[in-house]
Write a protein that binds this ligand. Structure first.
Ligand SMILES: O=C(O)CCC(=O)C(=O)O
Ligand SMILES: [Fe+2]
Length: 375
């Protein structure tokens, strides 16, 4: 028997964190536990908004001299965009995708050797947000926070270094890119290094914290009733997502509904997370997104979840709180915010919100609202 099996596994090998796990490739029909209620396109299931034509998610070329301005516009209107010319080698994107494929194609019993502990962050298991839903998601994940060495050893006792090397190189490159992107986003808000304490280029953005989430969405026998990853916002400053050639990511846009983000060869998707939402006083909203599945193709995605050093307090930067507006959020560190999100999920942002009467978009004070909001 492998070491470090979660207790539940020893008695019932295919259960984890109270959920029955399946080797997806053996299922010819969708079990009821995976069948979600269809709802209209403004709810949290169903596909695109029928025939509505919507503008596509913006694509920003990082070599474009106007990149900062274009990024600012995309953050304000979508809370997301795709990037090209980001200087992450195509070879590295392919490597991380095949490392991930190699992991998820292991038999379930073998993957469970690296299972996430019930209260832990790292390791293999259902999507971390699955505890908030009664239905199961048609996906599996592997979360890496810090070194993947211990888990990789359990998965491939005599051949684990290749996986670790790829993850290390990918994380290093992502950290540099994420740091650069965050500063472009802050720059587009007029925020400079004097205004905020966040890792900058001098230290190679090194003090930032981050996690890597590998996601696998196997082909599904009944995709219209299944959900790969339920709607959520990320608890990050930003997320950098690499999706393989199979689409499935959808963003929710007010007035349009769910919009699919088409895979762009060599492109990366950038999501505004809750912490940038707070920093920008809601000017750059964190984007609600989800992943859908399909009948024939195995979809993989790799999300780099980037945040500030864990104990740095994040609050609306005074420069973006214009006269006549108020800071909408109280200061919160990433570690505290993750705790709130883990408990309250969708209500987390509103629980750190200071003034419920001000408009969400930029904190404009409602003329009829009491003075207490204007403090
Ligand atoms: O797989 C995707 O497209 C989305 C993944 C995601 O949202 C996440 O890991 O937080
Ligand atoms: Fe996400």
């Amino acid at each position: 028997m492998p070491a470090r099996l979660p207790g539940a596994f020893k008695f019932n090998p295919l259960r984890l964190h109270g959920k029955q796990l399946h080797d997806f490739c053996t299922l010819k029909e969708l079990p009821e536990t995976y069948a979600w209620e269809p709802v209209d396109c403004h709810g949290h299931h169903s596909g695109d908004c029928g025939t509505t034509r919507v503008e596509p998610v913006p694509v920003v070329d990082l070599y474009d001299p106007n990149a900062e301005r274009l990024i600012g516009h995309a953050c304000k209107t979508w809370g997301a965009f795709q990037i090209i010319n980001h200087e992450i080698p195509r070879r590295l994107l392919d490597d991380v995708e095949s490392a991930s494929r190699r992991l998820f194609s292991l038999p379930l019993r073998q993957k469970l050797r690296a299972a996430r502990d019930p209260d832990g962050v790292t390791g293999y298991g259902p999507a971390p947000i699955s505890s908030f839903f009664s239905k199961q998601m048609w996906s599996e994940g592997f979360t890496i926070f810090g070194s993947p060495l211990e888990h990789a050893r359990q998965l491939w006792p005599s051949n684990y270094m290749r996986f670790c090397d790829i993850i290390e190189e990918y994380s290093r490159e992502m950290q540099r890119l994420a740091g650069k992107l965050v500063w472009l986003m802050l720059g587009s808000l007029g925020i400079t290094k004097e205004d905020i304490q966040l890792p900058g280029p001098e230290a190679g953005y090194r003090e930032a914290s981050a996690a890597l989430q590998l996601n696998s969405y196997p082909a599904c026998p009944d995709p219209d009733r299944a959900v790969g990853l339920a709607a959520h916002t990320d608890s990050t400053l930003i997320t950098i997502l690499h999706q393989n050639g199979t689409g499935g990511l959808q963003l929710f846009r007010e007035g349009c509904g769910w919009v699919t983000v088409p895979p762009l060869a060599g492109g990366l998707v950038i999501n505004v997370g809750d912490l940038l939402h707070i920093l920008s006083n809601g000017l750059y909203p964190s984007v609600l997104h989800r992943a859908m599945v399909n009948r024939t193709r195995h979809r993989l995605s790799v999300a780099y979840l980037y945040g500030p050093p864990r104990d740095v307090l994040i609050s609306p930067v005074s420069k973006v709180v214009e006269p006549g507006r108020v800071p909408l959020y109280r200061p919160v560190s990433w570690s505290e915010y993750l705790g709130i999100k883990a408990k309250h999920f969708r209500n987390a942002l509103s629980l750190v919100r200071l003034c419920s009467h001000a408009h969400a978009n930029g904190g404009v004070i409602d003329a009829n609202v009491s003075d207490s909001c204007a403090r």
